[in-house]
Design a protein around this ligand. Sequence first.
Ligand SMILES: C[S@@+](CC[C@H](N)C(=O)[O-])C[C@H]1O[C@@H](n2cnc3c(N)ncnc32)[C@H](O)[C@@H]1O
Length: 279
Amino acid sequence: MNLGAAYSDELYARGLPRRLRRALELGWRYYVWDLPRYAWYRRGVGLKALDLQAITNPIVEFFDRKDKDGEPHVGFDDALSCLARAGVRLTLPPSRIGALARCWERTAPAPGDVIECGSYRGATGLLLALLGKLRGRPQKVLLLDTFRGSPGGCAFDSLRTTREYVLPEDHVGALRRQAEALGVNDRIEVHQGTFQESFERLATRDARFALAHIDANLYQSTLEACRFVIPRVAAGGAVVFDDYHGPCDLGARLAIDQFLAPAGQRPRRLAGSSAVLWK
Ligand SMILES: C[S@@+](CC[C@H](N)C(=O)[O-])C[C@H]1O[C@@H](n2cnc3c(N)ncnc32)[C@H](O)[C@@H]1O
């Protein structure tokens, strides 16, 4: 089975020519326009203006390095084959999916479910649910999204628009059918709506998480996700931020730094644009 069939490159540039074109299109704007404004915004939310690590974001994205711990092991390839056979396509690149799955692997001793804030088509959530099934973990995967399109950003999210991540009206139905085909319908919970609406519902139960995947690209959405999710991640659990090093996602980075700064924390570089915080 060709495991590459489990991936779609609709959300990222695959191959040298496409990566070069993206670097040329975005690079100058990042350094001339977005980074200076980001420094200004950092001061506005009480952070140090200088963020040296952010200077390397376009370079990190261009090289899209795998995390140095390598690929996850047992069950990962089987899960990819199942997704490919069911016609489910992952929209994150293999480097970030591999790193996320490895983090999931390492959270085995931590109690609690998996939560994904920003699921888009839901393929990454289905993969995590499938891994849970293959490894016999008693764990649900909560998928949070409008499943209609991005709610739109604020001034900190200059490159993001409401025209992104638009999906057909019946996408949640299609997602449930995919979950059925993969035998993980009882392992996923679809929470359609804004994060804030879903968090209000989830706050009424004793939600605990072993792994959180925060992938909203936007300042306000990421801040809301950090506020709700991070205090509910169990000891030994992890929070993976998909877009911490994303050159188009300085708003999300600002929110993460703003939330973690009072505790003196910063996530550790993972793979490509992603970063991880261990609890
Ligand atoms: C990059 S996509 C997520 C990709 C997904 N994690 C994957 O692995 O394919 C970002 C998603 O976040 C969602 N999103 C952003 N802010 C949101 C909010 N406040 N409420 C609900 N969904 C939100 C968007 O609708 C979009 O689908």
